[in-house]
Design a protein around this ligand. Structure first.
Ligand SMILES: Nc1nc2c(ncn2[C@@H]2O[C@H](COP(=O)(O)OP(=O)(O)OP(=O)(O)O)[C@@H](O)[C@H]2O)c(=O)[nH]1
Ligand SMILES: [Mg+2]
Length: 632
């Protein structure tokens, strides 16, 4: 039977937001539609098309599409192709837009105007939006909007993407427009020319316009210039980058301790109170051992995740991140990657999935696949609870030097191990895959420094918290309850001498698995917890809480996990488990995302196998060395 594809296009008018990367399209999209898409101060943040609604009145609305930024309409990478396909009406399941909003960075008209000419040439109705008009004014760039509109033969409005009523002019324009097909006049199509001459011709046209509007002087931002003299200095720059990262990890431990203690006390209190209220039996065991011990064990790490993201968001919004890419370009080049891979790898510190999606900005396929393969080695936020638990239980909280704590230092080393591992793997992959394409030098735009907006940061943190809590309430809860069941049944036989969990399904399975993991120092409790931990890394924390709660002393049901493991495990085991989590692919959604983004099973299969092998090897070496040093 052949498949019949039916495309259903909603009848509402469709507006597409098009513009150079980092010109503020997503900021405006969020303002117009009330959306909460990711905004950050570097090129290539948006890599998918996103849809939202703009309501003209209580019933009528316009559909608005946010698109990846493009420099031209000759796509080089996957994300640029998405935009071009939408404009050409070739995007799957989407009609040709009825209107295009060309979003321009008003401080850089020279580059931005070229795209307007290209869009105009496509024959789509178009409105030009001069965004970042606040920055332009501050820098003394005065744009005569009426004259620009006359020059372009297009309507022009100004906007501020970061101010709450910054989209007012656009809203007014929408409300006065007739969105019927006849109401939107298409622009005249210019005749076809060869590509090169067209680029040259466009440059001349833009130059002419700028000259007539008295805007042909290049006015740079003096502050960005001055800051870059230090932050991009060949020696000082990398040192400052290291210091910044190091301080972030210190803060993750020191700032979080108070809120973490509060959450810990609250969960213990809740566990004990509910434990006392409920009669002894399976319901009490499920709620206290399964739900409260499991979820409480993980929620306690929320403050650390938020502190980490607070810094990441500030670095993103300020415009420092692409500078870090620039600083690390040579290092990345030495292992065969371009600085283009930096932003996707950096996104992977939040979670490998958006990182893998961000590889769409990499035009070279081999580079893209290598970046996808090493993305899971960047320490994602789901590892933080695991690292944090083990560090707090096994690494003494003492000062190394001048207020620098040992715990923060170990966390820094763990992050670094992932990065070094990734660089080594990239280098090996480069040796074994033929690379016929030439290395391209990094051509990346350095945006100007902005003061991060409080609102954007708060929205970003809020979203992170929601993602984390949803995972705790969803996947984690289901798996924990499942594990509680396996750990509680079948019940121990009469006259049993050992803890009941040892007679349960989980106990039996754990003992079987322990044979595989014994050489790297994992006991059967860890072995069993690794299985639900495949769904998501932080699940191992709740799984361990549940396993030990079920196995533990029923009198003190909600005893915290930390003191238990620090008693029962050797330091060698803890270090080995840390090494395991640096490398192991304990995340099924990442594997699924790789399959989706590469379209085949080969890459996810290679990823799973090499990561497991690497993790086992790293844990084995760590464990054996620790034993030799007498840490067993
Ligand atoms: N001062 C100022 N900053 C703005 C304005 N509009 C956006 N920004 C900032 O500019 C940066 C880029 O904004 P985004 O909305 O992510 O840009 P984008 O065009 O969607 O970028 P890509 O998705 O990478 O193509 C962010 O740091 C915003 O906070 C504006 O009008 N004024
Ligand atoms: Mg965007």
């Amino acid at each position: 039977m052949s498949e019949v594809k039916i495309n259903f296009y909603p009848k509402e008018p469709l507006i597409a937001l098009v513009g150079n990367p980092n010109s503020g399209k997503t900021s405006l999209f969020n303002l117009l539609t009330g959306g909460k898409q990711k905004v950050a101060n570097y090129a290539g943040v948006t890599v998918e098309r996103k849809e939202g609604k703009f309501f003209l009145d209580s019933q009528k609305f316009i559909r608005i599409l946010d698109l990846p930024g493009v420099y031209s309409l000759y796509p080089r990478s996957l994300d640029e192709r998405i935009t071009c396909n939408v404009l050409l009406g070739k995007a799957e399941g989407e009609k040709k837009p009825d209107l295009v909003l060309c979003i321009l960075d008003a401080t850089n008209l020279r580059r931005n105007l070229r795209l307007v000419l290209a869009v105009k040439r496509m024959g789509l109705p178009c409105i030009v939006v001069l965004n970042m008009i606040d920055l332009a004014k501050k820098r003394g760039i005065e744009i005569d909007v009426a004259r620009l509109s006359a020059e372009l033969e297009l309507p022009v409005v100004t906007s501020i993407g970061v101010k709450s009523k910054g989209d007012e002019n656009l809203r007014q324009m929408f409300s006065s427009m007739d969105f019927s097909k006849q109401g939107l006049k298409s622009l005249q199509l210019l005749e076809e020319e060869s590509q090169l001459s067209r680029v040259e011709a466009d440059n001349l046209i833009v130059q002419g316009i700028l000259k007539r509007l008295d805007l042909d002087k290049i006015i740079l931002d003096p502050l960005s210039d001055r800051l870059d003299r230090y932050l991009l200095h060949p020696i000082l720059g990398p040192i400052l980058l290291m210091v910044i990262l190091f301080l972030v990890f210190q803060a993750v431990f020191t700032w979080a301790s108070l809120p973490m203690d509060l959450i810990k006390e609250a969960t213990e209190w809740l566990g004990n109170t509910i434990g006392e209220l409920l009669p002894d039996g399976w319901v009490r065991s499920l709620i206290v051992h399964g739900v409260i011990a499991g979820a409480g064990g993980v929620i306690v790490f929320l403050p650390q995740i938020l502190i980490l993201f607070f810094f990441i968001l500030i670095l993103e919004e300020s415009g420092y991140l692409p500078r870090a890419a620039y600083l690390l370009d040579r290092l990345m080049g030495s292992v065969g990657l371009s600085g283009r891979s930096f932003i996707p790898l950096l996104s992977s510190f939040a979670c490998a999935i958006p990182g893998i999606m961000a590889t769409r900005t990499i035009s070279n396929t081999r580079d893209r696949i290598v970046t996808i393969l090493i993305a899971p080695l960047m320490t994602c936020s789901a590892r933080l609870p695991v690292y944090s638990l083990l560090i707090a239980a096994f690494i003494p909280n003492k000062d190394l030097w001048m207020g620098i704590g040992l715990q923060g230092f170990v966390l820094f080393i763990l992050y670094l191990s992932g990065i070094i591992g990734a660089l080594i793997i990239a280098w090996i992959l480069k040796r074994f895959t033929s690379n016929k394409t030439q290395m391209h030098p990094l051509l990346m735009e350095l945006p100007e420094y902005h003061l991060p907006g409080i609102k954007n940061i708060l929205i970003g943190l809020w979203q992170r918290a929601i993602i984390f809590l949803n995972r705790v309430g969803g996947t984690l809860m289901v798996l924990t309850i499942g594990l509680w069941f396996l750990a509680s049944y079948p019940a121990a036989p009469l006259g049993a001498t050992k803890p009941s969990i040892e007679y349960s399904f989980a106990g039996m399975l754990g003992k079987l698995l322990a044979k595989v993991f014994e050489p790297i120092g994992f006991n059967w409790e860890i072995s069993i917890a690794l299985i639900p931990g495949m769904a998501a890394r932080e699940v191992i924390v709740s799984a361990l809480s549940t396993v030990y709660a079920v196995a533990g002393n029923p009198e003190n049901a909600s005893e915290a996990l930390m003191p238990i493991i620090s008693h029962q495990w050797s330091l060698a085991t803890a270090l080995s488990l840390l090494a395991w989590f640096v490398f192991a692919p304990q995340c099924l959604s990442t594997i699924a995302a790789v399959k989706r983004e590469t379209g085949n099973y080969k890459v996810p299969f290679i990823m799973l196998s090499y990561l497991f092998a690497l993790a086992y090897f790293a844990s084995f070496v760590t464990y054996r060395l620790a034993l030799i040093w007498g840490l067993g």
